[in-house]
Design a protein around this ligand. Structure first.
Ligand code: NAP
Length: 491
């Protein structure tokens, strides 16, 4: 349990922009309010940056770029490692802060501190493993040297659902690669990023390497930054529609882009699945983060012979949940992020029921303060229901039944998304066929959570471009340089 009070913690969070190593108010003097989604109360006001502030942050990142690129990889790595250590020490505070501004239960927030912190450690280790290659050209007339260079100043835009991990998953590889950054967290959850910036300051990160701008006008702030020729990289995590807009804007200067976009994950349960594993996996893949994860299982595609038993067991587990403010120790399901999120989820449930689905539990918002939605299970969801096409982003488990393996594959692939898929089968050959046949960037075979700092996280189709984490993650921030040296082959 954390010992700090909520108000002392909130007081410890900076309320201004972090630009060029200084904490500064927005040029306009404006601030924005950050709310607790469990109560609707204002937690804190922070600076509300405008386009001028964004460009100042980019200028700071651009002027620090050469020195940072020339900083020894070991030094870059040690600074990241230092922040990793601080995050470990401040786990309780960071977890509470995320619970306050985003709503997730404290136990899950602690899990995110562990997961998010791990990117700092992983990339502190990767910083010193940036390699190239060397060899004779095929003609034997010269040496070919291939090296990796930092791509340059990067603009990092993060969503509200994992306030720490989505930031560290970008900041850590960028800094490890030798890139300076401007980070723009979501308006709904800026506090965790501001707190994190303070930790970077504490370990002595040089001024301008990391800059943070918080704003209520993300489009107005982002557009001039993306249009500025000093920017060389855009990394975005968020919804597919916003991702499309940003790709269009990035095309103007042919920016390198990484896009971690939406998902519509299928969760297939075959007749030969171990139902204990499948139900555990379903609870993790659906209800973690109150269903507000890009990796959340969106469509449960369950073999007709096991669907009633699977549904019965899932409903049993849902009955054990406690809905409440994430700060309460017994809470397992917190609030949704906003009132409009509740309305969207409710509309999806109503549409599914109107088209013939059976509501087994939940199906309504919780009365009283805060934006809560009851954990819900629907079965017999019919083709054409909106819930099969759209990201639910809420605690609603929707079951569709199938008979043949090919039908399950067709249903799973029937989406423009392709981030992650979950498959439950005890038949190894069938599991291997699914690896081949599902259009997906990631897959969990008999497991409901796949995220890991050592894994290349990312999607295919309209779930995005590029990978975060793993050995691949740092390459998003590196560009390849080839040099030919005629004369000696060196061999
Ligand atoms: P969002 O509305 O797309 O916002 C994401 C970020 O982009 C926020 O910081 C937002 O700022 C900013 N933004 C919105 N419009 C912008 C614009 N025109 N120009 C520049 N920035 C803009 O998404 P969200 O609702 O926060 O997050 C949920 C989505 O993220 C879901 O679709 C989820 O699947 C996806 N997601 C994907 C991954 C992944 O790794 N693939 C991980 C987590 C989440 P403001 O909110 O302040 O406007």
């Amino acid at each position: 349990m954390t010992h700090i009070t909520e108000s002392a913690l909130l007081d410890a969070v900076p309320s201004t922009l972090f630009i060029g190593g200084r904490w500064e108010a927005a040029e306009s003097g404006r601030t924005l309010a950050v709310f607790d989604p469990a109560t609707g109360a204002v937690l804190k006001h922070v600076a509300d940056a405008g386009p001028g502030d964004g460009l100042r942050a980019l200028a700071a990142a651009a002027s620090a770029a050469d020195d940072w690129a020339a900083t020894a990889p070991r030094v870059r790595g040690e600074l990241l490692r230092g922040v990793f250590e601080l995050v470990q020490k401040r786990t309780d505070d960071m977890a509470l802060l995320m619970t306050l501004e985003m709503g997730k239960p404290l136990s899950e927030a602690r899990g995110e501190v562990a997961y998010g912190g791990e990117f700092l450690r992983w990339f502190s280790e990767e910083a010193v493993r940036i390699t190239g290659r060397y060899g004779s050209n095929p003609e034997g007339t010269g040496q070919m040297v291939v090296s990796q260079r930092p791509v340059g100043p990067a603009f990092l835009i993060t969503p509200w659902n994992f306030p720490l991990a989505m930031a560290t998953r970008k900041i850590a590889p960028a800094l490890a690669a030798g890139c300076t950054v401007v980070v723009k967290p979501a308006e709904l959850t800026p506090l965790t990023t501001l707190y994190l910036a303070k930790l970077f300051e504490e370990v002595g990160l040089p001024a301008g390497v990391l800059n943070v701008v918080t704003t209520s006008a993300s489009a107005a702030l982002a557009e001039p930054i993306i249009a500025d020729p000093r920017l060389r990289k855009l990394s975005f995590t968020g919804s597919t529609p916003v991702g499309r807009t940003l790709i269009r804007q990035a095309a103007q200067n042919v920016l390198r882009t990484s896009m971690e976009l939406g998902g519509n994950a299928p969760f297939i349960v075959f007749a030969d699945a171990d139902l204990d594993k499948a139900v555990d996996g379903a609870v993790a893949a659906k209800f973690r983060n109150i269903g507000q994860a890009c990796t959340a299982a969106n469509r449960f595609i369950v073999h007709r012979s096991v669907a009633p038993e699977f549904a019965r067991r899932v409903v049993e587990r849902v009955a054990e949940f406690t809905v409440g403010r994430g700060t309460e120790p017994e809470t397992t399901i917190g609030p949704l992020i906003t009132e409009s999120a509740v309305e969207k989820v409710d509309a999806l449930v109503h549409d599914a029921v109107a088209r013939g689905a059976t509501l087994l539990v939940g199906g309504r918002r919780r009365a009283g303060e805060g934006s809560f939605y009851e954990p819900t299970v629907l079965t017999g969801v019919r083709a054409g229901s909106d819930i099969l096409r759209e990201e639910i982003f809420g605690p609603v488990l929707a079951i569709v039944e199938f008979d043949e393996e090919a039908e399950a594959v067709a249903l799973a692939n029937d989406t423009e998304y392709g981030l992650v898929s979950y498959v439950f089968t005890e038949n190894l050959a069938r599991g291997q066929r699914m690896i081949d046949r599902l259009d997906t960037g990631m897959m969990g075979l008999n497991v409901g959570v796949v995220s890991n700092a050592a894994a290349p996280f990312g999607g295919v189709k309209q779930s995005g471009l590029g990978r975060e984490g793993g050995a691949e993650g740092i390459h998003e921030y590196l560009s390849t340089k080839y040099t030919l040296i005629p004369g000696s082959t060196g061999l």
